[in-house]
Design a protein around this ligand. Structure first.
Ligand SMILES: Cc1cc2nc3c(=O)[nH]c(=O)nc-3n(C[C@H](O)[C@H](O)[C@H](O)COP(=O)(O)OP(=O)(O)OC[C@H]3O[C@@H](n4cnc5c(N)ncnc54)[C@H](O)[C@@H]3O)c2cc1C
Length: 426
């Protein structure tokens, strides 16, 4: 990317973010301080919503999140390859508290009484009342029900420990890194990545991971991607970028993409059985399970993902509950950048509705997303998209992409991520 196009990219991203935000005024709206907003989950969606509701109003905002530090999935692939540490992509909630006045409670919400508008958390028997509730708990993994050759991987917890998904950043990321490092020490071997069925968090993520791990391990190692829904073919322009990298004659001849097949069995010795393909003797298995909204969402509003009205992200089944980020059911990708963008649309709608003279949400909100995907330790590609609700559906207003992967994209990737981190947690 030239300096000119780099400036244009960042300018475009900033404009799209501003459009999606739609703040009522530059100053906080007053008269809401008797209103209670509770946000469940302090990831890209929840932390942004909590911050911006306080930024734009004087409502009482309580963020409930069990972890005192949030480990970002974004850039966590670089932890696996040793280019970043987890500490470098971890964020606390101190600024949300000190600068924006968000009341942060380190706890887990166990139940929601949508009739009485209260939530109960594990650390206290006293229900907390809300006028508006924002659900942003991310994703839950679905037990694949593997039989397991020696019975071992039929237990979902054991499967996740032994074949780490690293699809929620933290201990899982460290475990995958340790296993990849041990494989590298062995000098040769095979790593299997199982792609979840759609929809799943970060659609280009498994292919990006295959590239960065193959780059890290080098040519003596095989990486096999088992992709039951052939999701590689549904990631827009990145489909061709990755397809041009895998297999004989390409940058990664040692990456094999196995489309339309799924893992049916993994023995304790990590022999992976793939339907209609056969057995793969692997040393490391990165099994990324299928996903759905966490039980706290499904039990409260129904569905596999939380259905929402795109103008406000309010649940279509349950009044005064809004669902944002990976848990919600719109057609937008499940990604951190767009979770931040959805959160601002939601925050704006909540502030409008709680004002002494309530206002309707903005009718045609826009959201945007950019995704940088490292191809190796110093080159990356990117795609971006702007979405608009046109009154009946969310449509793609604009898409952009890097013509190729290169070093400058890799540098811009860190600017982009730092902007997003600071807009969410700073
Ligand atoms: C390897 C990888 C790379 C990625 N790269 C990118 C990228 O480059 N760009 C991009 O845009 N996206 C990327 N993503 C996707 C992105 O990380 C997710 O889409 C994003 O984290 C979703 O944000 P969220 O706030 O909805 O959920 P989360 O980030 O999962 O946050 C949910 C929070 O809710 C909390 N929580 C859950 N249940 C409860 C409860 N009952 N009570 C209280 N709190 C609760 C959790 O502790 C968690 O902190 C990547 C994902 C992965 C796995």
């Amino acid at each position: 990317m030239t300096n000119h196009s780099r400036r244009n990219f960042l300018k475009g991203a900033a404009t799209a973010t501003a459009l999606s935000a739609l703040p009522l005024t530059a100053k906080a709206t007053t008269g809401l301080n008797g209103k209670n907003v509770i946000v469940i989950g302090g990831g890209f969606a929840g932390a942004t919503a909590a911050k911006y509701i306080r930024h734009w109003s004087d409502a009482n905002v309580t963020l409930i999140e069990p972890n005192v530090e949030y480990n970002s999935c974004i850039l966590s692939g670089l932890v696996v390859t040793g280019e970043r540490t987890l500490d470098q992509i971890s964020f606390d909630y101190n600024t949300l508290q000190s600068k924006y006045g968000v009341n942060v409670i380190a706890d887990t919400v166990n139940s929601i009484d949508s009739g009485n508008q209260t939530v109960t958390r594990s650390g206290s028997a006293t229900p907390l009342p809300y006028d508006k509730l924002v659900l942003a708990p991310g994703i839950e993994f679905i037990d694949p029900g593997l039989t397991g050759g020696a019975g071992q991987f039929s237990n979902f917890e054991v499967l996740q420990n032994e074949c780490p998904h690293a699809w929620k950043a933290g201990a899982q990321t460290t475990e995958l890194k340790n296993q990849v490092d041990a494989l590298q020490q062995a000098g040769s071997g095979t790593l299997v990545i199982r792609v979840p069925k759609k929809p799943f968090r970060c659609p280009p993520g498994p292919y990006e991971r295959a590239c960065t791990i193959a780059d890290y391990l080098g040519p003596n190692f095989d990486v096999k991607i088992v992709d039951p829904d052939d999701s590689l073919n549904t990631i827009g322009v990145l489909t061709n970028v990755f397809a041009g990298l895998f297999g004989s004659g390409n940058l990664y001849p040692n990456i094999e993409h196995i489309a339309g097949e799924d893992v049916t069995n993994i023995t304790s010795g990590k022999v992976v059985t793939v339907s209609n393909y056969g057995d793969i003797a692997a040393q490391v298995v990165n099994f990324i399970p299928d996903q759905r909204a966490p039980a706290i969402v499904r039990d409260t509003v129904g569905g596999t993902w939380g259905a929402v009205d795109p103008v406000s992200y309010e649940s279509t089944t349950t009044a005064n509950i809004h669902i944002i980020g990976d848990s919600q059911a719109t057609s937008q990708p499940k990604a951190g950048h767009i979770a931040n963008s959805e959160a601002k649309v939601c925050a704006d709608a909540i502030v409008r509705s709680l004002m002494p003279a309530p206002m309707l949400p903005y009718a045609y909100p826009m959201t945007n997303s950019a995704c940088f995907t490292p191809i190796n330790s110093n080159e990356a590609a990117w795609i971006s998209a702007v979405y608009k609700y046109d009154g009946s559906a969310i449509v793609t207003e604009k898409v952009g992409n890097s013509p190729t992967y290169n070093e400058e994209n890799h540098e811009v990737m860190f600017d982009w991520a730092n902007n997003l981190f600071s807009d969410t947690f700073g």
